[in-house]
Design a protein around this ligand. Structure first.
Ligand code: SAM
Length: 220
């Protein structure tokens, strides 16, 4: 079905999304809110779901995978505390939407996805939108991306049974890992901050994600 809605129409949906779903629920990082206002989320969802792209909910991408709820994207991004010069790893590219938000907020983004067609589709979308600082890689992100480590920030957008040691080891000093940890029915959003040889762990709230499947995640 052709999409006759204008970019002004989608911009007004984004402005409302930011006010009603994010700012009013405590997201205060101005750069995060601005990135959420800018990225055209409707271009990251399947064509027949465009009308729902700015709803307060995750949406299916196919093969049991989802694009996360907008608020969850904003919250996890805020927790990373990005200032603009970071090298970031995202585990679980999915649609590429979270990667696009990160691409506006950091210097370089590596995003790793285990399902090849999702990675390919996300890469194409990000190219078409002109992102030059995002690299999409196919692989098992539960092992991180050793050849590009260390990372100033790592975000895992799938639920893991535990904290993969490989990811912790790939954090730069001062770096942060944001990851949903726990059983497949519900996880605890966990932030791990590296201070030299010490690691601080904060549990900030519950969430529900599709499983992180891999060597240091859930088995197939
Ligand atoms: N961040 C995505 C977005 O903006 O659309 C949503 C991610 S979706 C909730 C979780 C993604 O993690 C799925 O695409 C899934 O295939 C991927 N995934 C699961 N286990 C993975 C692994 N070990 N390595 C890389 N990607 C993985």
């Amino acid at each position: 079905m052709p999409d006759n809605r204008t970019s002004d129409y989608y911009q007004s949906l984004r402005d409302s999304m930011v006010e009603e779903q994010m700012a009013s629920r405590g997201i205060s990082d101005k750069r995060v809110l601005e990135a959420m206002r800018r990225v055209p989320r409707h271009l990251f969802v399947p064509g027949d779901r465009r009308g729902k792209a700015y709803d307060d909910a995750p949406l299916p991408l196919g093969e049991g995978q989802t694009i996360s709820q907008p608020y969850m994207v904003a919250w996890m991004t805020e927790l990373l505390g990005l200032e603009g010069d970071e090298k970031v790893l995202e585990v679980g590219t999915g649609s590429g939407y979270q990667a696009a938000i990160l691409g506006l907020l950091a210097r370089k983004v590596y995003s790793i996805e285990r399902i090849e067609w999702l990675a390919e589709q996300a890469r194409r979308r990000l190219d078409e939108l002109g992102f030059k600082n995002i690299e999409v890689v196919v692989g098992d992100g539960s092992k991180g991306l050793k050849k590009q480590a260390p990372f100033d920030a790592i975000i895992v957008t799938a639920g893991s049974p535990g904290v993969p040691q490989a990811l912790v080891e790939q954090l730069a000093d001062g770096g942060r890992l944001v990851i949903p940890v726990g059983p497949s029915t519900m996880q605890m959003l966990t932030v791990i901050t590296r201070h030299g040889a010490e690691y601080e762990t904060d549990e900030v709230g519950s969430c529900v994600f599709v499983p992180l499947v891999g060597t240091y995640g859930w088995k197939q």
